[in-house]
Write a protein that binds this ligand. Structure first.
Ligand code: OSB
Ligand code: MG
Length: 371
């Protein structure tokens, strides 16, 4: 059942985080994100661009995403007959990089297509292998180790199954030692967001003693070969995040033994089509994946839940409850976790939650329509 996207409405919104979030590349206090609405035959599909406020995680940021979707990606879609959402990626493939901008638009079309089929998004993208997805949390760099230990305790009490802490040189070995002393048996991992080089190999090997589930993206954002060298020297499995922007790169990294686990982010790989391909490649090689997060508002969060219900998402991811991030989310109900540290799939068509239009309106910074 082919369809034509008639309009793409872009809305930039601003949402303060409940707590700042610090990674090796900086602190975020407030999110500025681009929400994408695609309209066709009286129905709307919704997507969220996961780019950050600055080009520090990757090359994208809110402003670049706005310009890419408005000026390059959306005009390739409007008025063009699509056979399926799988065709969106090809329509914007001439754009180099900017996967998050392209992916926010692509995901909106998947949501639209699911609604046209009156199906939940998780079913539509090929998920549903589990009715509840296992959840972990990502805890940013804190002002003190005591503060970090407090936060971990709070999250464990809330039921979260796995703790990830952000690390960087100087906030790593001592921190992990303190965490392991207090919580010897929890599922624990570190994420460096590319803060190290191969010169730090001694420091990274020292982390082996803490029985980490994995070490995420220790080396440069675009360096697969160095990760292979590091993996050969480490007991701890390496998980790649920033490095893998498509299924092909994931296959190369797996074949080079640069990682044993993969973090899949919908935006980073340009949407559901590529995320599904990457999922399948990893599965074929016996490499488990988990769903990463980018401090998403409700729409992006709900899309992550759908993605994480696919078969090979066997490890707890970074998708957690709305209230950890927001005083009020843009969806109703908010994303919530069970006492067992899971998020249950919902049966409503599309991404499964309603948009809180009143609240959304109140936080719009700018709005434009591409027709
Ligand atoms: O590397 O996974 C990352 C947040 C912003 C940018 C990059 C990352 C993260 C997180 C937070 O770890 C995940 C989340 O809670 O949404
Ligand atoms: Mg990461």
């Amino acid at each position: 059942m082919s369809f034509t996207v008639e309009q793409v409405v872009l809305r930039q919104i601003k949402m303060p985080l409940v707590h700042f979030f610090e990674t090796s590349f900086g602190r975020t206090y407030e999110r500025h994100m681009v929400i994408v609405e695609v309209r066709s035959e009286g129905l709307s599909g919704w997507g969220e661009v996961t780019a950050g406020e600055n080009p520090f995680y990757n090359e994208e940021w809110t402003e670049s995403a706005w310009r890419i979707v408005r000026d390059y990606a959306a005009p390739r879609l409007t008025g063009h007959r699509l056979d399926s959402a799988l065709g969106v990626n090809a329509r914007t493939a001439h754009i180099r990089g900017h996967n998050m901008a392209r992916g926010g638009l692509e995901a909106a079309v998947w949501d639209l297509e699911a609604r046209r089929a009156n199906a939940p998004l998780w079913k539509h993208v090929g998920g549903g292998s589990r009715r509840e997805i296992p959840c972990g949390v990502s805890i940013g760099i804190q002002d003190s180790i005591a503060q970090l230990l407090d936060k971990i305790e709070t999250e464990l009490n809330a039921g979260y199954q796995r703790i990830k802490i952000k690390i960087k040189p100087g906030w790593d070995i001592e921190v992990m030692r303190a965490v392991r002393k207090k919580f010897p048996d929890i599922l624990l991992m570190g994420d460096a967001n590319s803060a190290y080089t191969l010169d730090d190999i001694g420091r990274l090997k020292a982390l082996d003693e803490f029985n980490l589930m994995m070490l995420e993206q220790p080396l440069a954002h675009d360096e697969i070969i160095d990760h292979a060298e590091l993996q050969a020297a480490l007991k701890t499995p390496i998980c790649l995040d920033e490095c893998l922007r498509n299924a092909h790169q994931a296959e190369q990294a797996i074949r080079m033994k640069a990682c044993r686990i993969i973090n899949i982010k919908l935006g980073r790989v340009g949407g559901f089509g590529e995320a599904k391909r990457l999922h399948d490649v990893a599965q074929a090689y016996g490499i488990p994946v988990w769903c990463g997060g980018m401090l998403e508002a409700g729409i992006g969060r709900a899309h992550n839940v759908a993605l994480a219900s696919m078969a090979n998402f066997t490890l707890p991811g970074d998708v957690s409850a709305s209230k950890r991030y927001w005083k009020r989310d843009i969806i109703e109900p908010w994303v919530e976790t069970t006492a067992a540290g899971t998020i249950a799939l919902r049966d409503e068509p599309g991404f499964g939650y309603a948009i809180d239009h009143d609240f959304l309106k109140s936080i719009i910074v700018r709005e434009e329509t591409v027709a």
